[in-house]
Design a protein around this ligand. Sequence first.
Ligand code: UD1
Length: 375
Amino acid sequence: MPGTKRMKVINVVGARPNFMKIAPIHERMRDDRAIDAYLLHTGQHYDQQMSDVFFRQLGLPEPDFYLGVGSGGHGEQTGKVMIEFEATCRELEPDLVVVVGDVHSTIACGLVAVKMGIELAHVEAGLRSFDRSMPEEVNRVLTDQISDYLFTTERAAHENLRREGIDEARVFFVGNVMIDTLLKHRERAASRPVLGELGLAAREFVLVTLHRPANVDDPTILSGLLDTLGEISTQLPVVFPVHPRTRRQISEFNLLGRIAERVSLRLIEPLGYLDFLACMDNARFVVTDSGGIQEETTVLGIPCLTVRDNTERPATVEKGTNLIVGRDPQRLRDEAAKIIAGQGKRGTRLDLWDGKAAQRIVDRLMGRSPVAVSA
Ligand code: UD1
């Protein structure tokens, strides 16, 4: 388009759950002749297993900017991202910053953008656990308050945003970008040899992830959960790719010996995107405290037991395969037994979780289409 100024956009990623959300948005923008899209990685997650493998497998290009903030306390991480991101924005002068999800990098880059007068888009807006002890909940509420475009994945988000006084004209129901990525890669994931390598048979194992502070920072709670998983493993093998934070707590609380007694409870290193997807798609059921996995299992039709007292993703419970079991080990045992006996939730597909969310977002940002409906 000669003579027309291209829109300069920075797409931000920081931590593992961001990579699969930004991938389809960045891809659509790079294909768009009216947009100059830059990818920025804050470096909140930085190692091969938590970051690099995702870039490779999702086809994300090398980031144009890498801030290298690394690990640290909440304030330290947020503050470091802000300092570095401000310098980048001063240099690049973008028209728009796109942030996804609810990690510290999301709010940090959002704050910098609005204070510099740069438009801000928040993808996955309006989700609420109503639990302010979760750092993610605070990040979600604050990011939504300052965003110019709020893109939502489910209808409950609209009510939450209305209640918080956010102008409906800024809120757009577009579907779920993480599901765009899942649908795109599901077939490729199916051809991975990971099940054989782990000695697992389809539908004959349980997949576990746990990393939330509420589950892994208290020795009594963590050891109780590991004991329950150990009991479940006497019926079906349990495979548990362990987040670095959980790994650290298990060794700090001296729980490794306890796990070693259970031959069918296997702790393995974190998996890459495709291998993890293959494991989810073939599990009998999943036990997790993650946000995104509640949604992914719903789309895959795999029962999910969520070890939390709440969820910010109620559609996965109302329509999907998700069940909130809280932190009571007995409840987890009972619900696992029901699924093993063939009574797992089946669930249905959710509105607009159809692989086209990223295109809707780009069209809306470019003022091209009325597809985004205010619920
Ligand atoms: C962060 C997100 C959380 C998300 C999770 C997914 C916030 C508030 N939390 O939590 O929403 O669900 O990521 O993983 O942003 N570490 C490594 N390698 C890495 C990154 C981290 O070893 O590449 C270790 C560090 O020792 C660090 C610990 O993991 O102390 C926790 O990482 P951090 O990013 O602080 O928070 P998460 O608990 O991963």
